[in-house]
Write a protein that binds this ligand. Structure first.
Ligand code: HEC
Length: 174
């Protein structure tokens, strides 16, 4: 008798567990991500809250802007245009339409950290530039983007200017 009631309890317990299992099915494999249309604009960029909150360690000065400009002209202008209007020759050639950086509502809605993450990681239509320049250089490019957006940089101190002159010459791979 005793063994039978234990068996009954076990059976009930098993039935309850089975039902609970059915009510909360384990998540199966995720459905495949929808295909990305590279011409669709704008894309969502994959930016974490930590990246968004990251502060720019390079002061926004005429010197850092100048430095960022050099990199921008060789690495970004072919798509984004020398003035940042999105009308670079390569963009026209491969039929992509980068946003106009000089327009209100484009860069001003982004934090420096977001810009840093975007230019480092890229998007389906924009190659990431992370491996091609140093961390400092990327922040300098962010400063140049702020300049394109219409912001006025502070005047660098003599010390900052001197430091830049002594800054390493980094060869950017083509
Ligand atoms: C091959 C062309 C190409 C190159 C090179 C390129 N970009 Fe882009 N960039 C694009 C395109 C296209 C978009 C729009 C991307 C999208 O919506 O997915 C874009 C988007 C961006 C954005 C996002 C603007 C926003 O908030 O929506 C930033 C910032 C940016 N680029 C910065 C740069 C910088 C800085 C460089 C150089 C270091 C660079 N890009 C190099 C094509 C390029």
């Amino acid at each position: 008798m005793k063994a039978k009631s234990i068996l009954t309890i076990l059976t009930i317990a098993l039935a309850v567990l089975t039902c609970a299992g059915q009510e909360n099915p384990k998540p199966g494999p995720k459905p495949p991500a929808p295909a990305v249309n590279p011409l669709e604009q704008p894309h969502r960029f994959d930016i974490t809250p930590e990246e968004k909150a990251r502060k720019n360690p390079v002061r926004f000065t005429d010197v850092s802007v100048e430095q960022g400009k050099k990199i921008y002209m060789s690495q970004c202008a072919m798509c984004h245009g020398a003035k940042g209007d999105g009308k670079g020759e390569l963009a026209n050639e491969i039929k992509i339409t980068p946003p106009d950086f000089t327009k209100a509502g484009v860069l001003d809605k982004r934090t420096d950290g977001e810009l840093f993450a975007i230019l480092s990681k890229g998007s389906p239509t924009m190659p990431g530039q992370g491996g091609r320049m140093t961390v400092n250089q990327r922040w300098e490019v962010v400063n140049f983007l702020r300049f394109l957006e219409g912001k006025t940089p502070a005047k660098a101190t003599a010390k900052e200017r001197e430091e830049m002159e002594h800054e390493r010459t980094v060869v950017i791979p083509q």
